[in-house]
Design a protein around this ligand. Structure first.
Ligand SMILES: Cc1cc2nc3c(=O)[nH]c(=O)nc-3n(C[C@H](O)[C@H](O)[C@H](O)COP(=O)(O)OP(=O)(O)OC[C@H]3O[C@@H](n4cnc5c(N)ncnc54)[C@H](O)[C@@H]3O)c2cc1C
Length: 393
């Protein structure tokens, strides 16, 4: 299989990948085009989750647990992991979200905040796709202010913990095997993470209906009523929100990559349509104003790829800080929002019909824009770094 570079990668950033990484990206591209793209719009229309085979296929390609020592199949860089997110979102942002949750948020929580025994127990089963995980931080009354505002409480009772509270928006929450629940320790008031098997009595998840973005992701409202988990299920190194923040720091830049992938998907659909649709006796791609939309979209994509490439290199170098990832997320999601709107515009009326794909990229952009820190929150993190003053409240 030969490696064909992405034409929407105008400046050739892909060339920073190793030959082995390029080979894996090619394998992923072929899989996504043949196995995933044909079923996406049907799943999206019906708000239906991926067939479990898609999850195990991605696991077989080694896409879960990429950064973690216990489960890593090959040496890979943060730039490679970013390209994976881009390629997934280029076909479907819900799939990129699924991998980001399993690989980043769920496995990341256990890798960052779990003990050696917990890593050995949970990570291989998550890496193989045998277990599907969810990450439960957000609550009905606490979104952006999760660091201070969590109301879910865990109370120590001998060798067990009793958890009470509610969670909202939890991706996979109604279909996962385990959910990482972040709750405040009733004794010291600190946020700690717990691995909660979803069959535990008192765990009740309800799918959020009528969601009009990332419709394939099954987001849930979760109610936790006297949920008892043993002390061995408390992530042993999670002592405060600091560990939760460390997990989010690892995944935020990958969401920025997924935003670029979502833009690329819309842009490629628009380029193809502009070459087919005839108006005033020629392809609309031959009209100056349509070329303007395409050129601006490519500009957004190109500047965003440059930015996310560098921020991932910084992660590998050990120099990436919160504000670096936040700038990447805020910038690329803002550029994505412009790009998907311009690309949708190129389709005229057909741009709002699901069969032409572009409306899916347009709608999904709204969810990517808001999750893993809204633009405002990420902007405030950058603002704090610039001025030394926290302006959150
Ligand atoms: C599709 C999807 C999937 C998700 N998956 C998960 C998941 O798997 N696990 C999980 O835990 N969470 C998940 N979330 C939750 C997500 O992280 C939150 O939606 C996000 O953090 C924003 O919180 P909120 O929706 O409560 O909005 P709010 O915090 O209520 O914010 C509403 C608005 O007010 C603005 N705002 C708030 N505070 C300030 C301030 N100080 N200054 C300026 N503006 C402010 C925000 O930027 C936003 O525009 C998901 C959300 C979505 C939409």
């Amino acid at each position: 299989m030969s490696f064909e570079s992405l034409t929407s990668d105008f400046y050739g950033y892909e060339n920073r990948l190793t030959d082995q990484e390029k080979e894996l990206i090619t394998q992923l591209r072929v899989y996504l085009e043949t196995e995933v793209r044909p079923i996406i719009n049907g799943l999206w229309a019906n708000a239906e989750f991926f067939p479990r085979k898609v999850v195990t296929d991605l696991a077989a390609m080694g896409l879960f647990g990429q950064p973690w020592e216990e489960t890593r199949r090959f040496e890979n860089s943060a730039v490679f992991r970013g390209w994976v997110a881009l390629e997934l979102a280029r076909v479907d942002a819900s799939l990129a979200t699924l991998v980001g949750m399993q690989n980043g948020l769920v496995m990341g929580s256990i890798a960052v905040a779990g003990s050696k025994e917990q890593r050995e127990e949970w990570l291989p089963k998550l890496a193989s796709g045998e277990l599907l995980g969810a990450f439960g931080l957000t609550e009905p009354l606490s979104g952006s202010d999760a660091a201070q505002g969590l109301r879910t409480v865990a109370r120590r009772d001998g060798d067990n913990w009793v958890i009470n509270g509610a969670k909202r928006w939890i991706g996979n929450g109604s279909i996962s095997d385990i959910t990482i629940v972040w709750a405040k320790d009733a004794d010291d008031g600190q946020v700690k993470g717990f691995v909660v098997p979803t069959t535990t009595p008192g765990y009740a998840a309800t799918r959020i209906e009528n969601k009009q973005a990332l419709r394939i992701v099954q987001n849930a409202d979760i109610v936790l009523t006297d949920v008892v988990v043993p002390e061995v299920n408390r992530l042993q190194n999670s002592k405060s929100f600091r560990e939760t923040a460390a997990v989010l720091r690892l995944t935020r830049a990958e969401v920025a990559w997924a935003a670029v992938g979502n833009s690329v998907g819309a842009y490629e659909a628009a380029v193809a349509y502009a070459g087919e649709r005839i108006q005033f006796g020629k392809e609309i791609g031959g009209h100056q104003l349509v070329q303007d939309l395409l050129a601006k979209s490519l500009g957004n994509i190109t500047s965003s790829i440059g930015l996310v490439t560098r921020v991932s290199e910084m992660l590998d170098e050990g120099t990436q800080r919160d504000e670096h990832a936040s700038l990447a997320k805020a910038f690329t999601t803002s550029r994505m929002r412009e790009t998907v709107a311009w690309c949708r515009e190129i389709f005229g009326g057909n741009g709002i019909v699901l069969d032409y794909d572009v409306i899916r990229y347009f709608a999904d952009a709204e969810a990517i824009y808001s999750y893993e820190g809204t633009r405002e929150m990420n902007t405030l993190i950058v603002g704090r770094a610039i001025t030394g003053k926290a302006a959150f409240v």
